[in-house]
Design a protein around this ligand. Sequence first.
Ligand code: 2NL
Length: 359
Amino acid sequence: MDLTELRGKYIEAVARAADEAALEEVRLAALGKKGEISAMMATLGKMDPDQRKAAGAAMNVLRDEIDAALRAKKAGLADAALNERLKSEWLDVTLPGRPRPRGTIHPVSQVMEELTAIFADMGFAVAEGPQVESDWYNFDALNIPPEHPARQEHDTFFMHRDASDPRPPHVLRTHTSPVQIRAMTEQGAPIRVIAPGRVYRMDMDQTHTPMFHQVEGLCIDRDISMANLKWTLEEFCRAFFEVDKVELRFRASHFPFTEPSAEVDIRYSNVNGQLRIGEGDKWMEILGSGMVHPKVLAAAGVDPDAWQGFAFGMGIDRIAMLKYGIPDLRAFFEGDLRWLRHYGFAALDMPDLPGGLSR
Ligand code: 2NL
């Protein structure tokens, strides 16, 4: 083959190579150690000097020309491969982020935090205690006699005991009062504490659950009176319900652990199912309260001739529903949208739901 034919053969082979592997094969066939161009150049040694000078120059030109074509083609193939990758791997960094569903604090926990902060401003510390209590702390210390209905098997969860077990009965606490008995016993008087937490009663129907949340408050000092109780509760309700005007009604009542005792109602209205606190002509019972019974002070090691004070208790689930405008416990369980919304229920974020469900 002469130089012109070789040039034609390899320039065309370079042009046809579809990828870098095929191109490398062409390079080896032409310029590799055993390549055709290399073999031809090896014949220069047998030529006489004049012939070699002319043939050598022509062969160098051909070799350089094929080498240049190989390099150019290689760069072209690499470019094409990169373009191919850029086509499939592109990323639009200007797209908005994908929103992730987020949870929110449970309304009962939120309300506990709110009321803890409000009472903290009035000098009340938070006390905590066990949910499984001895019947002494849960009942006896609170002047609840053995024949009281709450101490019969049907109102209270009793811990299982073998007949031979000598320990006194233990119960799931039915109120957080035992926490305050423990606090008084440990700290003595004066004392200002609230005790928020879970309580248990054997009650399950449309308006009751066997576990619910309660907050109790206790304030003992030298001359604490019902007037201090009234101011404390009014101040709490103003802050908690975020209204300037609240009206409370104290009704004489009876609890074994307070004397005198009062149940407290709050004025409200119900306008098309929307509850408004502080206005209207309806009254709703929100808590029980009274002056701590001398026997209860004595049971907690506080001298009733030197100290006196008030106590109160209210259901957190109930005041949480009141604050969020939920009419009753059934709405709590049946997925009232206001609760679902509070929980951050993702389906409510869909823009085109029928019935005005979207935010
Ligand atoms: C209610 C009534 C009440 C108390 C709780 C209490 C605690 C101690 C001493 C005296 Cl350590 N009393 N707590 C007092 C009156 C009422 O709760 O209806 N709760 C939901």
